[in-house]
Write a protein that binds this ligand. Structure first.
Ligand code: MSP
Length: 497
């Protein structure tokens, strides 16, 4: 089966920060897990380079928007690589291939009769690139997100007849209850739809920085339609062959601030272009530091590059999904980071791995003994794989991690219960010692295969040390002993302070 997963594409109007890395890491967990299941995976991320958010920042810096994009897009690419994202392509909306296909689709929507010329009058936030309704405005006609005062705009432009799709959208939500997850976000989107949809601008007349409207050279396509279409256009030119039939429709991972665009405008626009709507989407919350979400303009940014430098990217991924339940908002902090690193990564998992490898080395000449698995331990592992699969089918990343972490803890209890170092002193206990060491090696191998999407670097090292060459989930079934193992330096070394 094909699995196509995407992240939002990021505005090139500032340096990447952890809020951006978050979507990359989440989509990567899903992509890696699906690859382990043997699925045909395509994973896309990239940058959103047109529209006011970029044009205005370029103006502030005294450079052209293209120069700004050329400087910052590689930074986002680098960030994706640093957090371990295994994306198959990195799209830039300034790519030729993207622009051409955007025009094709927009033209089709026009030809299908869903576009008309009209006058827009209302509030516009250039930082969100969003037209705000009266009810969305903050006090004193401000943008509720950017806290800047908005001006009332009147302009002649092209409209997309969103209102015509109200019923079809309602039906979509009814027929596909998991189209938008988590549920509270689905309800939010559905009540927005039920509140009555108004047509939206499809073009901008006073902006030069965008994809030209194919039938009107004086206007550019409203950046949100150009941006949303990236998910579709990329498949057309990422490889020599067109991948659309192989991978479309996509599963989108996005942040809560862009729900309306993805859960309402996007499926309607696809319907208008007669393209299949997304397979689904998961909306995550914000990582907060103090009161606020991280943002360049608020100046409270936790730099993922610095964090990775100190803790490694696996630790960053682990921390974000463990500390904040995926889908909810949650606080993160450097102190919290260090604590989880010590107690969970270094102690629960790192020590378990070191001890297991060291005991097999010392007591059994670095070869996993042949034995039957300890029955009570095996019973606790029963069904875990199915539960993890089901959770990740729904992008329940934190719950899936929690499920596996329960097994890590169970293995630690098993070490304390069996005390292999005591068994080793007792010549008559060779059988029980074989059982304990075999069960530990096997348990560690299984949890590590299940942790691979979360901790890819660590898992790769540890699986190799355990003599497991294959990362596929089909390897989870019990394996006999006999493998040569290798001791490893600490997987999560003490933090230098
Ligand atoms: N360019 C648009 C998205 C177009 S998608 C077709 C955009 N870009 S953005 O760079 O401003 O934000 C991209 C994503 O980063 C959003 O989903 C947003 O929710 C996410 N985050 C930005 N700060 C965040 C946190 N502090 N925490 C979690 N995610 C947040 O919007």
């Amino acid at each position: 089966m094909a699995f196509y997963v995407t992240t939002p594409i990021y505005y090139v109007n500032g340096e990447p920060h952890l809020g951006h890395a978050y979507s990359d890491m989440a989509a990567d967990v899903l992509a890696r897990h699906m690859r382990q299941r043997g699925e045909d995976v395509f994973f896309l991320t990239g940058t959103d380079e047109f529209g006011e958010p970029v044009a205005q920042q370029a103006e502030r810096e005294g450079v052209t928007p293209r120069e700004l994009g050329d400087r910052l897009a590689p930074r986002f690419q680098e960030m994706a690589a640093k957090v371990g994202a295994s994306n198959d392509f990195f799209i830039r909306t300034t790519d030729e291939g993207h622009m051409r296909r955007v025009q094709e689709v927009v033209q089709r929507v026009y030809d299908n009769g869903h576009v008309y010329e009209g006058t827009y009058e209302g509030w516009y936030c250039p930082r969100c690139a969003d037209f705000k309704t009266e009810s969305e405005l903050g006090e004193g006609n401000t943008c509720p997100i950017h806290k800047i005062e908005l001006t009332r705009e009147t302009e002649q432009n092209w409209f997309f007849a969103l209102s015509k799709f109200q019923e079809r959208l309602e039906r979509l939500y009814e027929e596909r209850p998991d189209f938008v997850a988590p549920d509270f976000r689905r309800n939010e989107a559905l009540s927005f739809i039920k509140g009555g949809l108004q047509d939206v601008s499809l073009s901008r007349p006073n902006l030069k920085w965008g994809v030209p409207v194919p039938w009107d050279a004086d206007q550019v396509i409203y950046v949100w339609f150009d941006a949303l279409l990236n998910y579709y256009t990329a498949l057309g030119y990422a490889r020599d062959e067109d991948l659309t039939d192989r991978f479309w429709p996509a599963f989108h991972v996005i942040g809560k601030d862009i729900l309306k665009f993805h859960a309402v405008y996007w499926p309607a626009f696809l319907m208008a272009a007669e393209i299949e709507v997304p397979r689904g989407m998961f909306i995550h919350g914000y990582l907060l530091m103090g009161e606020h979400k991280m943002s360049k303009s608020l100046g409270n940014v936790l730099d993922p590059f610095e964090v990775i430098e100190r803790f490694g990217s696996d630790a960053l991924r682990f921390y974000c999904f463990r500390e904040v339940s995926f889908g909810r908002d949650g606080q993160i902090s450097t102190a919290g980071f260090e604590q989880r690193y010590e107690t969970e990564l270094a102690n629960d998992y790192g020590n378990l791995a070191s001890r297991t490898l060291a005991m097999i080395d010392r007591y059994r000449g670095a070869v996993v003994p042949e034995a039957e698995p300890a029955p009570d331990l095996a019973a606790d592992f029963d069904g875990a794989e199915e539960r993890v699969r089901a959770l990740l089918d729904g992008a329940r990343i934190s719950q899936a991690l929690d499920e596996v972490w329960g097994l890590v803890r169970r293995l630690n209890r098993y070490v304390e219960e069996t005390r292999p170092w005591d068994l080793a002193k007792d010549g008559a206990a060779a059988g029980p010692l074989d059982t304990a060491l075999y069960s530990l090696a096997e348990g560690l191998r299984v949890v590590t295969l299940l942790l691979l999407p979360f901790l890819p670097d660590t898992a790769e090292k540890l699986l190799a040390a355990l003599g497991e060459e294959d990362q596929d989930l089909s390897r989870l079934g019990a394996r006999g002993g006999g493998q040569k193992v290798e001791r490893l330096p600490p997987l999560f070394p003490k933090i230098e302070t």
